[in-house]
Design a protein around this ligand. Sequence first.
Ligand code: ATP
Ligand code: MN
Length: 436
Amino acid sequence: MDPLADKFVPIGEILKGGHTGNNVKIRGWVYRQRTSGGLAFIIIRDSSGTLQCAVKKDAVGEDAWKAVTEVFLESSIMLEGSVREDKRAPGGFEISGTNARLISKGEAFPIAKDQSVEFLLDVRHLWLRSQKLSQIMKFRDYTIRYMREFLFEKGFFECSPPIITKSACEGGSTLFEMDYFGEKAYLSQSGQLYSEALISGLEKVFILAPSFRAEPSRTIRHLAEYWHLEPEMAFYNQKMNMELQEQMLEHLCHKLAKEQEGLLVSLGRNPKDLLEVKAPFERLAYDKAIPRLQELGFKIEWGQDIGADEEHALTKDAKNPIFLHNHPKEFKAFYMREDPNKPGTVLSADLLAPQGHGEIIGGSERIWEYDELIARMKEQNMDPKDYGWYIELRKYGSVPHAGFGLGVERLVKWLLNLDHIRDCIPFPRTINRAYP
Ligand code: ATP
Ligand code: MN
């Protein structure tokens, strides 16, 4: 058998019943193995599933017997045999092996049961083979795919922003600084300022790129490097912006529930929960949220930011996300437009996920007029000189526009109801870890 030249059948196809009675070859990794007397049971996995194979010592050559008995968990292997339906086998099918060959036996796999979280993070490069993480990574892929599809369908163009930048758009305290040929530069916290430049040529754009935040604390929902989906739309106001967000999430949740039901179920999430996500989402103005929180016992006053505990309290019983909108302009970013109908507050909305998963989207209508932008920057003690090109966009045919930023891992954490954001990305970067 040749791992590249031969024709192999994906295990998932066998589990669907398409190969019953056929002689097939499979290739993958050893998931479990046990031998009793002259009979070996070996469970092999590939990216599409796991399948039990039974091999009789008498029925195969010496090399094949060795290949299925003298192996480690995670050794890579090829096996040939005939497919039978067998109710007792996990998955309902079994292969009676007639030949087998190791691709690479390797060494004893270092991960056994009941390992500590820290150890599993140290061997993340190996732990990513686990069923749970493989399934989460597949789910993450479908999540991204369906959002992309939705946006393409609406006429968006996907663009790529720079990662190295001189502008701080979400505040200086969480910037990763770097040496750029002798000058100071930063890893991007958001591509938004650049997507605002792109809409004059393309009108509706989105970028999907990593954003970097030197988050100073350990939390269950902050990464130092995360994937940021940032749509930006010309000729959109904040109302249209929120409607686009809720439509996108409803579409996503329903498509995941229908097309990835198996993944959801095996990851412990009831697909019905996602089918219950329906637009329109509740809109809760900041100035209504404050008294509601005070009633719930929080010591919070108008003008203070709403933190994780408050977000939890507002959403713990919700089935749908909630838009928290019209924040006081003092603690929101400089580019958010003041609401002409509610001076002192901006046309912003954070979308809070149910069950206390917290903010998954931050969006706003942007200041598009030159004088207004300069005035706001001065109010926030910013030097307009630091943002020369961005301000210049307002000098040449500026138009009303809006957009939002969604954290992909935050979204996945909510969709799968996971406890910690680190399992929503293959190699998490956090305050105390950038390895492996
Ligand atoms: P938070 O208050 O929760 O820290 P933020 O206000 O800093 O969020 P924004 O700057 O509005 O967040 O970023 C847009 C989106 O990016 C957020 O809604 C969230 O989904 C995601 N996000 C922000 N910071 C992180 C992070 N450190 N790790 C993962 N996702 C993040
Ligand atoms: Mn933050």
